[in-house]
Design a protein around this ligand. Sequence first.
Ligand SMILES: NC(=O)c1ccc[n+]([C@@H]2O[C@H](COP(=O)([O-])OP(=O)(O)OC[C@H]3O[C@@H](n4cnc5c(N)ncnc54)[C@H](O)[C@@H]3O)[C@@H](O)[C@H]2O)c1
Length: 386
Amino acid sequence: MKRIHCLNAISKYGTDLLTGGYELTEQMDGADGVLVRSAAMHDMELPDSLLAIARAGAGVNNIPLDKCAEKGIVVFNTPGANANGVKELVLASLILASRDVIGGIQWCQSIKDDPNIAKAVEKGKKAFAGCEIRGKKLGVIGLGAIGVEVANAAAALGMTVYGYDPFISVNGAWMLSRDVKHIMTADDIYKECDYITLHVPLLDSTRGMISASVLQEMKDGVVVLNFSRDVLVDEDAMAEALNSGKVKKYITDFPNPKSANMAGAVVIPHLGASTEESEDNCAKMAVKEIMDYLENGNIRNSVNYPNCDMGVCRAVCRLTVLHRNIPNMIGQITAVLAAEGINISDMTNKSKDKFAYTMVDLEQKAAEEALERIRSIDGVLRVRAM
Ligand SMILES: NC(=O)c1ccc[n+]([C@@H]2O[C@H](COP(=O)([O-])OP(=O)(O)OC[C@H]3O[C@@H](n4cnc5c(N)ncnc54)[C@H](O)[C@@H]3O)[C@@H](O)[C@H]2O)c1
């Protein structure tokens, strides 16, 4: 029986997948896997039984990734599981930036006791008129899980969509509608687009990417949408650009003391992924990742070990070894198997920074002594046979 401990409440759409062969346990001690959302794990004692941690969500700041890797614990997250939730709020924000729905609602509230409100709105509504998004140019910077969905949906709504991502994944490229124009430099987006939306991760190379000089390159009256991270934008420069009218609206999902007080900014309380469906999708994905790792040794969407997938285990025995990314690991592992006279039917090895993973399908079961010999190789962090 494999034991899973939930450190936070996890949607039952996820935990319901843990049927047959799994039980939920109240303690982390003795657990094979942990499901977590926001619980801070940095100071927690991690038991030797623990093989995997899956974070139902994208950010992993609450998990000590290196400490886990050193202990042979694979940490997973659920990228893209909340992409639709974010996409829908970006679409809503394109409209909110184009029509003064927010100002109009506030005005209605302010005259709600006027018995002639119906007449008053017909007279006064022109103050809140706006423009349509169809036919306007939208630049999408970053074509990952969210950017691709935003680009495709905006194209379907009749916008002319420019997409920019110099590192687009094969999957991202497959998913992208052919109505989206592939742009080779971000400058073309800054110069041409009426709306610009950011869907890049926070990296040294993206921090502050919307700088004062980039804002100056943009069209007058541009709308900038930020559903990625506040520090991607130089918010002092943004405040000035809003004041001068260079930027018509800045829509951000990240309130902070600057953005919350910025005239012309629409500040949303980080609601991008706050939908029931996003939570359910994250939980389902996290549980599936843990199950595939525990049952087949496959690593998909890990943040501290390389992704490595040999499909469902149909071999007599599958041996998996988490180890340091140093020379001669494969040689030493296969030498132990050769000495035991065990034939290898398939194998793969992948590395990610300091750590690596070797999966070996065997035609015979490996004896416990062979596993112990592999465990004793310098640089090996965890060995499993399934
Ligand atoms: N508002 C929210 O609630 C919410 C929810 C989920 C994610 N996010 C944010 O959205 C970001 C994107 O999420 P995702 O799931 O689409 O991530 P993703 O990893 O699937 O996609 C990011 C894309 O950005 C591209 N990229 C990296 N550097 C770039 C650059 N300099 N220029 C152009 N493209 C670049 C990458 O190649 C990748 O395709 C996340 O990093 C996170 O910060 C916000």
